[in-house]
Design a protein around this ligand. Structure first.
Ligand code: ADP
Length: 387
């Protein structure tokens, strides 16, 4: 598990050693510079000085100016002593500059690191709105602040989604549980009669709860991208015909015309056949739910370039442009009471989209508006032509 405290301790330790190291490295540079100067002065200056005194160097003491060997030696000693003193002074000045520079640099590095450590602590304590102010100085520290802000934003979104999900789940569970409770209380008080109809209603509420829990489990797997998939080259025509056959009776029962248009010899698609059946069944169940009789629902398969499209159309209630962008969101229902009454959980399309995208496809919905029907298109790239 990620242990923030030990990371922070390590960061603080690093800062201490960073400051010390910076100072030591500055001092080492100064020391190396001074030592080099001292050696060069010690080795080279007597010869250079002598050359100057001998008049062999341009600007040196001219030969006609009389000077004895003792005088030369005394001058050389004096010159070297003066040089050493000057160098010592320069070394002290350089050392002071090094201390100042190292303090300045480490302060400019340490301040943002300290701010980051405080921000991380607050984030770990659950303050997900925590952000680092932009750092205009060192590039690496700017990148660190940016990554921190990205991490904080992701954590904030995840936390918000988690809270929303908990609220939604509680809300969704409350309705069937309240209905069950009502019937059971009525039975206990003798207000509701113990007839087969009552037991059938109780059974219907219990199975609604089970469906909801099953959908929630599927949704959590889809969110975590853990839905087991077995993709293989599949004939889209065979899938469409299988789904149409399984659903036909339900359309007949609801007195809705069900029109299929599935050509033969379609190119294959690389999908999990069972999951593709699940997606199409979901779309057709929705069409069944949201199309009042008399109406028409269609299932077609079309080839468009390198893609195969399943098209589910209905002449039902349609979707308004305001609601359209939200229908794939979990628990989003245009008409909550209608969807619930028809057994909808508001999760079906979220799962359908997760499945389609996990298999490399795309799903989209279109509707000319309320009362004017809806078209869902599921598109997969084709892999090869059927022989
Ligand atoms: P539900 O279980 O409520 O049907 P879905 O996730 O399957 O949940 O769909 C989300 C919402 O999108 C539905 O509540 C409904 O308002 C809208 N919707 C889905 N399919 C259709 C359709 N064919 N016609 C009209 N509205 C639809």
């Amino acid at each position: 598990m990620f242990d923030l405290k030990s990371h922070l301790d390590r960061a603080r330790q690093l800062w201490r050693t960073l400051a010390v190291r910076l100072f030591i490295s500055y001092c080492a540079i100064v020391a190396a510079g001074v030592a080099t100067m001292l050696v060069v002065v010690d080795l080279v200056s007597p010869d250079v000085f002598a050359a100057h005194m001998g008049g062999t160097m341009p600007g040196g003491v001219p030969a006609m100016v009389a000077h004895s060997q003792e005088l030369d030696a005394a001058l050389a000693r004096t010159f070297q002593t003066a040089m050493s003193q000057v160098l010592l002074l320069a070394a002290v000045a350089a050392l002071v500059t090094a201390i100042g520079a190292s303090l300045l640099v480490s302060a400019s590095v340490a301040a943002p690191i300290r701010r980051l450590a405080t921000a991380s602590r607050r984030l770990a304590a659950g303050n997900y709105a925590e952000r680092m102010a932009p750092h205009g100085g060192i590039t690496e520290l700017t990148a660190l602040s940016t990554s921190f802000n990205e991490m904080a934003a992701n954590l904030e979104t995840t936390e918000r989604r988690r809270l929303e999900l908990l609220g939604d789940v509680a809300h969704e569970l409350r309705t069937p549980i309240a209905a069950l409770e009502g019937y059971l209380e009525g039975l206990l008080d003798g207000v509701v009669e113990s007839t087969p109809v009552t037991w059938a209603r109780l059974h219907a509420e219990a199975s609604r709860l089970r469906h909801l829990v099953d959908d929630l489990q599927e949704l959590s797997r889809a969110d975590a991208r853990r839905i087991p998939l077995d993709p293989r080259p599949t004939d889209p025509g065979a899938i469409a015909r299988m789904v149409a056959e399984a659903m036909a009776a339900q359309f007949e029962e609801r007195r809705l015309a069900f029109v299929t248009d599935v050509p033969v010899g379609l190119p294959f698609i690389h999908v999990d056949p069972d999951r593709t059946v699940q997606v199409l069944t979901n779309l057709l169940t929705n069409a069944l739910r949201y199309t009042p009789a008399p109406g028409e629902v269609g299932l077609a398969v079309r080839v468009e370039g390198d893609a195969v499209r399943f098209v589910v159309t209905d002449s039902g209630v349609g979707i308004t442009p305001e609601n359209m962008p939200r229908i794939f969101e979990r628990f989003y229902r245009v008409d909550k009471s209608r969807s619930r009454a028809l057994g909808g959980s508001g999760i079906g399309l979220t799962i359908a989209r997760a499945l389609v995208e996990a298999m490399g496809g795309r799903i989209r919905a279109e509707s000319p508006g309320a009362g004017r029907g809806t078209t869902f298109t599921v598109m997969f790239p084709s892999v090869r032509t059927a022989s």
